[in-house]
Design a protein around this ligand. Sequence first.
Ligand SMILES: [Zn+2]
Length: 596
Amino acid sequence: MNIWGSVVRKGYGSGMAFRSPIMLAGAFLVLAVAYLAHFNIAVRISDDAALARFDALMKIGAPGRAAVHGERALAMMKREGVSPEGAARLKAALGKAHIQHQDFERGAELLSAALATDWARKLDSRQRILLEDKLARSSIHADDMSAALSIYATFLDRAGDAASTAEAENASPLEAFYAGRVADAATLFAETLNHAGGAPGVAGAIEARLTAAEEMASLGAFFAMRDDGQYAAAGLLSAAHDIRRAILGGDHQDTVRLTLILGPVYSDMGRLGDAEKLYLEAFHAQEDAKGANSPDLSLYIKLLSGVYEQQGRMTEAQALNEHMRGLFRDAFGAQRYAANQARDRRKDVNRPVSQYFLLEADYAPGDLVSAAQYSIPVSKAPTIDEMKVRLAADPDADPRENNMPARLAQLISLCRSESGERISLRSGYRSYATQRGLFERIGYKGTVVPPGMSEHQTGLAVDIDVNGRFMRQNDKSYQCFEENAFRFGFILSYPPGNDYLPGESSFEPWHWRYVGVRTARLYREAGPHYKPQEFLAALPCYQEQAAAGVFPTVGQPDNCLNQITTAAADADAAAQPGGEDAGTARILNTQLRGRT
Ligand SMILES: [Zn+2]
């Protein structure tokens, strides 16, 4: 700049012969052409020079021009057959240049090529994760939602414990890093999906779109658990809902189930009209599928009435609540509790488990499913074992008793809307080996029991998380579980004062266990309260009483409990004299050992 400036000033200031500006421009042109020619020759004959140019332009923040030179260098490298490693490194850098220059399609193409090489496999984990994250982000911009979804779904898997919202106690730094990348993507998902309307960028075969919907649902559920994730959750879940509705139909159970997560997100955001629409649609789908008198409708009625209350439509809310109570009365008043001992034994859903009723090391249920697939909000990566529960399905059974995860999703959704608290699954299935590992690490402190004594090994027990920690007795959601869990087949396994687990206090307000709707109902109405294990052990007797309609009323002796404890005490006394301090459950165990 100075050179040209001083020449011009000299020309005018010294009184010398006037030089035509055209001549000056001409000189400039010659120099420039010479320079460019030299440069072009250099970059044409040397990829090193092209690379240097690329680097230099990137440094001064000119990614568009850098990309031109980078592409040239890449083409030359290909012709010359350079090392795949060198090419991969350039592709990664060039991909970033294109992305900075807003050419997301080419950027994504190059990054994904680079990531598929040996070079990428040898990268430091964090560097590779950052590249994958960049690829996912540019895929979203390039309208390739499926690619982004599958990357973040993998991240979520690898995030393990760290995916839980608040404290990730056992997480490794790398797990936390994965979780952080997914969390950071929330804004981008929110922006993209909220503007797109419907499900954007998910093309392809039906199978592929359903997979994308599955991934959207699981990421959406993850964001729904975060304070700052509502917009992303709403976008992802509604897109998943749209896809499923288009392919499977609005009345398909997979479509309806999403309502249980998406509805509360809408309510939280104040999108009450959307929540109302969603609940109504689910209600009608359930009505068509299960009949107008099905107690299954009650959940959707309850959710709907919650929305009306929020909107101040009290008369409508009250009418719905009345209707709901009627449904329950009819369903449970009329049909009572046919004895179903054989079936439940086969399903193992009413098997007692405690320090007196041990499970074998090789006991493992064969029908574990991912809770997230049933729209249960999970607090950890959805694919780990701990986020699985038993399906507990029986084709011969009453459909209301069939399906543990569907029941749990409904219960959580109901209590979430009643309490306004964030409820999720904190721990479901734990194998014998996992329990042993936990116990060895943590011991009796806290909430861990020795292997074989834990109901978690059955896949029927769940620890409930409220706002990022274990559910507590004074949580509103605990009150809701107390009042409603039995309607969904769950009972509180470790009530105050029980001696089912070793240690000081065995009261666990967060630990709920599935026993089936009829059994839970029977326990609620006729069982010895706060003795769930004894109740399960003596279940056939309670079932007989129920069938005959002879429940003991308050103050009367409980014959089932008395019979079984007396018989067991006799057997126990005969077997080991002096064992008078044995607890009831222990006595029961002695008696039942031959049978279970
Ligand atoms: Zn538990």
